[in-house]
Design a protein around this ligand. Sequence first.
Ligand SMILES: Cc1cc2nc3c(=O)[nH]c(=O)nc-3n(C[C@H](O)[C@H](O)[C@H](O)COP(=O)(O)OP(=O)(O)OC[C@H]3O[C@@H](n4cnc5c(N)ncnc54)[C@H](O)[C@@H]3O)c2cc1C
Length: 373
Amino acid sequence: MISFWEKDSFIQYDLIIAGSGIVGLSTAIEFKEKNPSKSVLILEKGIFPTGASTKNAGFACFGSLTEIIDDLQHYSEDIVLSTVEKRYKGLEKLKNRLTNFPFDYHQYGGYELISNEQLHYLDQLQEVNKLLEPIFKAPVFLNVSDKIAAFKFSNAHVQQLLFNQFEGQIHTGKMMKGLLSKARQLDIEIITGVEVIDFYDEENRVIVQAHHELQKVDFYSEQLCICINGFTNRLLPQLNVNPGRGQVLITSPIQNLPFKGTFHYDRGYYYFRNVGDRVLFGGGRHLDYEGETTTSLQTTPYIQQQLESLLKEVILPKNDFTIDMRWSGIMGFGDQKAPIVKLLSDRIGIGVRMGGMGVAIGSEVGTQLAGIM
Ligand SMILES: Cc1cc2nc3c(=O)[nH]c(=O)nc-3n(C[C@H](O)[C@H](O)[C@H](O)COP(=O)(O)OP(=O)(O)OC[C@H]3O[C@@H](n4cnc5c(N)ncnc54)[C@H](O)[C@@H]3O)c2cc1C
């Protein structure tokens, strides 16, 4: 039961957003900047954002050569090009949005490790560079295989190495703290530990039912945005968005770590980067698609062991290392790569299905979603 004071001051808003990941925060910030007099509340189920935005690898990327070539087999050139462009623009937007909140953006460049079985992808390198030229105005993918020895990768597994000067890396935690600080600066209210469990679209308002371990509260709002990505099917099972767990590990600091940058391996099924002197390594979802279609934030011995042995055999064959931490996060996937950004009714909008590159596209989706509300 709520009090008169609570009813008067705490439960009525112009816009409520479910989910405080990169999409929910970007939507809130964009909306409030355009509508400073409107009240905005974000309801977040976790103690802090707890889906993918605080768990990811921090690649500021827009697609590796093999991924783009694979995409061209399933989608038209226009769709592939516009997806790359939206990711690239999203990164620019994120940098602009966080101008006053440093989040360790470093453009060390991105690399792709090419094995024997993938050598045929190199035949299309020039073609893909030409396709991307209108966006980047310069060749994106360059062959830098002469660096394999200096990076000390296993020669048996890595035949060629490609370099992309436009790719960067971020400190994921600082990026999310920056977005949270910016939201608070704009007087956006954020309540954590509260799960949106249902919503009702009435003629002149939306009722948002929220659950906290101590109580259930109905909030009222002019409009509602649902930005819960990998958890979408709990609220909207009719939409085509499935959870996909991603597992990672990070090593302790490694003396004389021979490389710096972001790295894609085995057509993007695996990825790694330096975090200072450490190596963060993730992927392997394809080893158990069924088991990884889950919202459970666990790690599994099978995938973690595979990550560890690839790290030892392929990436750091000449360095000793220990694993410092392991964790997982939940992404949202569907039968198409593009995010779902649309109105479900006059008052309810949705921005979900970010796939594996939400850092890149999440800011752009926030702008789009705020724009249609
Ligand atoms: C291990 C891993 C590595 C990744 N690496 C990269 C990378 O290097 N580069 C890149 O671009 N992308 C990467 N991604 C993907 C990227 O992190 C996501 O696409 C992006 O963070 C999605 O943002 P979001 O705001 O849509 O979702 P989320 O960050 O998942 O935010 C959704 C929020 O909604 C909350 N929520 C859920 N249900 C409810 C509810 N009912 N009520 C209230 N709140 C709710 C959740 O707790 C969560 O905080 C990675 C993802 C993972 C898991």
